[in-house]
Structure formats: C-alpha cells, structure tokens
Ligand binder design. Structure first.
Ligand SMILES: Cc1cn([C@H]2C[C@H](O)[C@@H](COP(=O)(O)OP(=O)(O)OP(=O)(O)O)O2)c(=O)[nH]c1=O
Length: 190
C-alpha cells in the first residue's frame, strides 16, 4: 500500500515532504470546470474528489490524497488567466477580508474509503496602492495561484492577518489531513 499525492503542485509536494510520510506524486489530468458564482465549498470538494478519483481508479489499493484551493470574495477567484486578470483580483482583495477554501479528498477504493472535506481560512489584506499590486504581479508569483497571491511568498507583504489554518491558504490543510490519516489508517505524520 502506497500513499499517492494526486497533484502537480510543487508547493503541495514540498509541504508533504517535510513529514514522516512516504509518498509518490501523480498529477491528475481532470479539468477544473466551475462557475465563479457556484458555492465555493462545493466547488473545492468536488474538484479535489475528481482529481483523486481519477488517480484512485488506477491505484485502488493505495491511499490517494488530493486538494483544491480557491479564494472567495463575492465570487470564486481561481488562478488568474493572465497578468491583467491577476491585477483585477488583487484590486478586489485590496484592504478587505476574503475567504480561502481548500477541499481535501482521501480515497482508498479497495476499502471503499472516499472522504471529502473542506477547510476555510479568512485572510485580511492591507490597503495598498495599485502601483504596488502591479509590481507584485510583475514578479510572476501570482500567476499560478488561486486569488493571484501566495501567502508563503512575497504576497505575505499584502497580508494583514489571518483567522484559521495557515496551510489551508497554501493549499494543504496539514492538521486536518493528519487527523484523517490517523483515524482512517492509524498513520501519524509526526
Ligand atoms: C491563496 C494561495 C494559493 N496558493 C496556491 C495553492 C494551489 O497550488 C493553487 C490553487 O490551485 P489548485 O487548482 O488548488 O492546485 P494546482 O493546480 O496548483 O495543483 P494540483 O495539481 O494539486 O491540482 O494556489 C498558494 O500557493 N498560496 C496562497 O496563498
């Protein structure tokens, strides 16, 4: 029995590598289709499940972990399409509080284990000027991240405070994952 992380995200891989868990990463090819007005909790749970289920069908005896993250501020903000879109997202978040939702899925098909859950963290941005947001977009960091920022990178400068799990914002709720691995398989990350 192996643990498979159904992800191509270098951040998720690096986060899990810090723990006492042997795993392999195998990205899913499932398309992330949703409407920006959909319920964000449902979206991240179903996208996380779809990513994991695709990989689990190929590896029914293994534990497959998968995640999906969106930012929510009146509507769902996924990864920006381009730099202009990134700037629009950052302007919408500027000086306000938004929510970050990360869906988590744990599947082991041969035991009919199919768990999906969601973790939510509120993030409050400082108020800054458009020139600063543009310079941040020019770093390239926002382009592959939901909501067009990375709290773990230079995007940290935009964050005034958070309420909830930091790792949910980064895209992998570590303590929730540890709880499930513990309960379901008696696996401890520490
Ligand atoms: C808000 C925020 C998002 N993100 C990232 C986490 C996710 O990688 C990304 C949201 O995209 P996702 O679609 O959740 O994941 P992904 O496509 O990068 O990887 P996977 O193969 O697992 O599907 O945004 C940060 O790294 N930091 C942050 O502060």
């Amino acid at each position: 029995m192996k643990i498979i992380l159904a992800s191509q995200s270098p951040r998720r891989i690096a986060l899990l590598e810090a723990f006492n868990l042997q795993f392999e990463a195998e990205p899913s090819t499932s398309e992330e289709v949703y409407d920006e007005t959909d319920d964000p909790k449902c979206v991240v749970m179903s996208l996380a499940f779809e990513k994991g289920y695709e990989i689990a069908q190929k590896h029914p005896e293994d534990i497959v972990l998968s995640f999906d993250t969106v930012v929510y501020s009146d509507k769902i903000l996924g990864k920006p399409k381009d730099e202009e879109d990134a700037l629009e997202m950052l302007k919408a978040l500027n000086g306000k509080t938004h929510q970050v939702f990360t869906g988590l899925s744990i599947i082991k098909l041969n035991e009919n284990i199919k768990i999906t859950d969601v973790s939510e963290t509120c993030v409050t941005f400082v108020q800054t000027d458009e020139a600063t947001l543009k310079r941040y977009v020019d770093t390239g960091e926002p382009l592959d991240k939901a909501g067009a920022y990375g709290i773990q990178g230079s995007g940290a400068v935009l964050v005034d405070r958070i309420d909830g799990d930091y790792y949910t914002v980064m895209g992998l709720p570590l303590s929730k994952l540890n709880d499930y691995l513990n309960q379901l398989f008696n696996i401890q990350m520490l």
